[in-house]
Design a protein around this ligand. Structure first.
Ligand code: MRU
Length: 338
């Protein structure tokens, strides 16, 4: 078969322009395409915390630029570096890409070859960004082999250009497969509570021209049973050395559903998401978000503020429920050895 299609993003959600970082404000999508343009690492840290920029690889890329920008007008300054590193590292705990990027920036800072700190740090941030674009491209192509027939696909959260520095993880795989005639329809879970599916994945599927519908997360079982879903594919925020994978809350239940219904559940993630220092999913720190993200929608209360809320942002899918993990290198199969 002659392969066709583009693995390039439909738009740039992260750009470095005029010595500033330009980020599309994801909290306003799909209604407004508004950009945050900043050269402040503190503003970038805020953007990560507020999910104005989100998705594991995108967080890493933004943080790397944040470190570089902190030294735009500064010489080597260890106190400043420590403050910048800590501020960015404390934004979100689960996506390992953040720490992968920060540690790479730290290595450059600790081994500066000249006096232009900013240029050296910026060079590394651009490298991290470019590598992410290339990894997305390779993942999309490697993912084609999971499609055995023209497929109906179900996905969760947002994993396209918005979530990465390039074309995406799971959504790039879906898009490339669609362009090669292997995707018929996509069901996108809305992804409560912050609606990354119904706001962001829908926006990206629309841009890519892929037929889709959005559904409440709790409709997944019904859809899998009645709509002939062939496979489920999501991204990941941290993959442990044994393949246990943390991703947006609700992913684990999809993997259990996939097993019950005899369909494969796949993950697509770059190697920057694999944390070999983390033996199993048990050691992955799961972020808990503010109760207001559950009790309110866009600032409007939907229940009593006085109620207790438990709001984990991620869950961990055990490796044995994952049929394959697509990286830029290849499609890994259980038992996972990266
Ligand atoms: O809380 P978010 O929106 O940052 O969570 C994002 C996800 O869970 C994605 O599925 C994950 O980062 C992989 S996508 C590239």
């Amino acid at each position: 078969m002659k392969l066709q299609g583009s693995t390039m993003p439909d738009f740039n959600s992260i750009e470095f322009v005029n010595d500033s970082l330009k980020l599309v404000n994801q909290t306003l999508l799909p209604f407004e395409e508004e950009y945050i343009v900043t050269d402040s690492y503190e503003r970038i840290a805020d953007a990560i915390r507020r999910l104005e920029v989100r998705g594991a690889p995108a967080i890493g890329v933004a943080a790397a630029y944040g470190v570089a920008l902190a030294f735009k007008n500064s010489a080597k300054d260890d106190v400043l570096f420590k403050k910048v590193y800590t501020t960015l590292a404390e934004t979100r705990p689960t996506a390992v890409n953040l720490f992968f990027a920060l540690d790479r920036m730290k290595k450059i800072y600790e081994n500066l070859s000249g006096n232009n700190v900013y240029e050296e740090l910026l060079g590394e941030a651009k490298k991290i960004h470019n590598e992410d674009i290339e990894m997305c491209d390779a993942m999309a192509k490697n993912g084609l082999e999971i499609f055995k027939e023209k497929s109906v696909v179900l996905t969760h959260c947002n994993t396209g250009a918005l979530a990465t520095g390039g074309a995406g993880t799971a959504l790039a795989v879906i898009k490339y497969a669609y362009e090669n005639g292997m995707v018929e329809f996509v069901y996108a879970d809305e992804t409560r509570p912050l609606l990354q599916g119904s706001r962001l994945t829908a926006f990206e599927l629309e841009k890519a021209g892929i037929p889709f519908s959005i559904n409440v997360d709790s409709a997944a079982a019904f859809i899998i049973k009645n709509k002939k879903v062939n496979l489920i594919i999501t991204g990941a925020d941290r993959i442990a050395a044994n393949g246990d994978s943390a991703n947006k809350i609700g992913t684990y239940s999809l993997a259990v559903l996939a097993k019950h219904h005899g369909i494969p559940f796949y993950i697509a993630a770059p190697s920057s998401t694999i944390d070999k220092s983390c033996p199993t999913g048990e050691e992955i720190v799961i972020e808990e978000r503010s109760k207001r993200e559950v009790t309110e929608i866009k600032g409007v209360p939907v229940t009593k503020d006085s109620y207790n809320v438990f709001a984990p942002a991620f869950d961990v899918t055990p490796a044995e429920l994952i049929a394959g993990i697509i990286t830029e290198e290849k499609l890994f199969k259980f038992p996972y050895k990266f």
